[in-house]
Design a protein around this ligand. Sequence first.
Ligand code: SF4
Length: 279
Amino acid sequence: MKVDVAQSAGFCWGVRRAVEIAHKTAEKFGTEVFTDGPLIHNRAMMQKLEESGVKVCKDPATLPENSVLIIRAHGIPPERQRFLESLPIQLVDATCLDVRRIHNVISKYAEKGYFCIILGDKSHAEVIGLMGYAIAGGFVVSNVAEVADVDNQGKPVCLVAQSTQAQALFDEVAAAVKEKFGETAIVENTICRATQSRQGELKSLAESADAFVIVGSPESANTQRLALLAKALLPTYVVDSAEQLDLAELGQYKHIAISAGASSPDFAIKAVEEKIRTI
Ligand code: SF4
């Protein structure tokens, strides 16, 4: 059995930075610190963070005075930022700078009166944050067909993407937006570089491997999207941990390639690799 592990597997730089910020904040304050919702979408890592004193807070309004609250890597809408700033707590910002860049792109066009179309998952924390910056109006689409439902209210339009969207889907949506709104529609490819290299590496691994194992939690949208891309190329198995591997099933392959979502920790990927190597 040959086993390859994608070089891009594991934490992207934005997730690594958010986790480091959380650890350093807990160390600095020497007490429990909180995150505004899950810092990242990975169960094993969230458990480790909790063990080191970083806890998820569901309602920051209930936190005692002077508590420390970390803003998650996915970012938040400006309205929530103002609400958090109005509380008697200390804020630490772990928003990924690539997400911050998308906020800035949306703001730039929204201030000029552009209607913003976002390719993304409507209910995902990052997209909820992005919509908050679309002050001249916005609409979230998750596929090409939904472009037909966009009502731009007679405004010029600008298309952006949630940072972890698939490049091929973005290109298709961009073509549909141009067709509906004309060549003056602005298209800003805001898929982050970490996502692009992960998706690109998947294609090159598929040239030699027989099957993929993708490591990541079910609640991680970027893991699920990576798995969809993988499934279009080769038989694909998605696992959250080594315990979920079906070695009898994987034994039918000669060459397995492992990749992982942006929030999958190295220890989980390593455990999956080691278990597959026992076949
Ligand atoms: S996937 Fe991209 S945008 Fe999201 S946290 Fe990682 S680097 Fe930042």
